[in-house]
Design a protein around this ligand. Structure first.
Ligand code: GLA
Length: 436
């Protein structure tokens, strides 16, 4: 449960050895992509509408060990999924759209077996993204990919971490130098074009731009970003120095409940709200995104929105405000205010965005009662997976054990499905994805 260096030397050595054996080469030839998972303290569900989000990476994620294959062939094995994936970089020409929205983000309808057949499609998607924008690839890779134990399908963006890992590996093997902005766009192509999911650019921006200890702030409309360094955190009233940890509390739900409405459905509702508000203000020619609606226009016309669309729009506009206030709180080292905004964001996800499900809402409520917790919310799309919390570092162990015990009382069956070591993890923030 305690803090681990990631990736550890043992993990890297094991991975290098495995790939060296697969490729029949020396371990010194093996390169490793470190692609961390992300959290989004504030700015949930607004990236796809061009809102401003905040994010960080954590010291857990995807490792991809690889060597250039010497020809166009790709050979991949996975630590999580069975089978081998083999294809040639010349084969990939068209988007697949084989993963329906629920299969990817929500997990509903996707059997383990399907996932085992499909896991290589992120690598195919990476080739598609690079080639569809004019990059010529001649080199495949021989690689082994693995994620931190039990953390896939948890709302920590393992899919963007995998997509980025493949992009960086293929670019490295083909001597292509890309900027983070280019890779943000290539990962968007994997998700939006190749896989057909209508998500925004939060995940890949966090993974490609973050820096240890900073809050990454991304305007998803203008694509401008900045890293906000905190001063030394201190208690606002007493002036005593503080340190924080990130708690990940797992629900045990890896497949979303079939009653959930789906990610793309919520995106469509936000667009419908935007369309209505733009029309009401004589701007129907504009792209139906809530970021194209002036807050004043929203205030004037919101009473005419159909109730569920009004709640989606309320989430968007209130969440944007929370991000702005949260950045100020972070920049001034005020963890209490920052945490309160995170919890308010969590509540808006429940009441206005109406994502989540009973186990996740219970976890959120338990976290709010846990000792030393500044704030908590669902992670990611919020239909399955985990909740995140910022906690006083001195209380992290106590808070983790409180959450573990309380959750077990409310959801004994789900709690028993999680590896007991990993019910609540105490993490640190991390750096961006890189090849080492
Ligand atoms: C998922 C999506 C992101 C974002 C979050 C919710 O992680 O991939 O684009 O919408 O959900 O904030």
């Amino acid at each position: 449960m305690g803090e681990l260096p990631w990736p550890s030397k043992a993990e890297l050595d094991g991975l290098r050895k495995m790939v060296a054996e697969m490729a029949g080469k020396g371990t010194e030839k093996v390169r490793v992509v470190v692609s961390p998972y992300r959290i989004c303290p504030l700015g949930a569900h607004i990236d796809h509408q061009g809102g401003t989000v905040s994010a960080m990476t954590i010291n857990r994620g995807i490792l991809l060990g690889f060597v250039p294959s010497g020809d166009s062939q790709v050979l991949l094995c996975s630590g999580q999924f069975k089978g081998e994936v083999r294809f040639s970089v010349d084969e990939i020409k068209h988007p697949k759209h084989f993963v329906k929205e629920n299969d990817k983000i929500n997990g509903s309808g996707s059997s383990k077996q399907q996932e085992e057949c499909n896991w290589g499609n992120y690598a195919r998607g990476a080739i598609y993204a690079l080639q569809s924008r004019g990059n010529h690839l001649t080199q495949g890779i021989i690689g082994f990919v693995c994620g931190s134990e039990d953390l896939d399908s948890s709302g920590l963006s393992s899919s963007a971490a995998v997509g980025i890992a493949y992009l960086l590996a293929f670019e490295s093997a083909n001597n292509l130098a890309m900027s983070p902005a280019e890779n943000i766009e290539y990962d968007r192509l994997i998700e939006n074009e190749y896989l057909g999911l209508k998500n925004g650019i939060l995940d890949q921006s966090a993974i490609l731009l973050s820096s240890y200890g900073c809050l990454t702030c991304m305007n998803c409309k203008t694509k401008e970003h900045k890293l906000v360094h905190p001063p030394k955190f201190q208690n606002h009233e007493t002036g005593i120095k503080k340190a924080y940890k990130v708690l990940l509390a797992f629900s045990g739900l890896k497949q979303a409940l079939t009653s959930n409405p789906g990610y793309n459905h919520r995106v469509a509702e936000c667009q419908a709200a935007a369309r209505f508000l733009l029309k009401s203000s004589g701007n129907e020619g504009m792209e139906p995104l809530l970021s194209n609606v002036e807050p004043r226009t929203y205030e004037t016309h919101k009473c005419k929105l159909e109730p569920s669309l009004a709640r989606r729009a309320e989430h968007y506009f209130s969440e944007n405000m929370r991000v702005i206030k949260g950045l100020e709180a972070w920049a001034s080292g005020n963890l209490e205010d920052f945490g309160e905004l995170i919890s308010a964001s969590g509540l808006s996800s429940i009441q206005n965005y109406e994502c989540g499900c009973e186990p996740l809402i219970q976890l959120y409520e338990i976290l709010l009662r846990a000792p030393g917790v500044y704030g908590a919310r669902f992670s990611g799309a919020g239909f399955r997976g985990c909740c995140i919390a910022f906690v006083d570092a001195n209380c992290a162990i106590e808070a983790a054990s409180f959450v573990r015990n309380e959750y077990k009382k409310l959801q004994p069956k789900l709690a028993s499905q999680i590896n007991q070591e990993n019910v609540v993890l105490i993490c640190d923030t991390a750096d961006c994805a890189r090849v080492i």
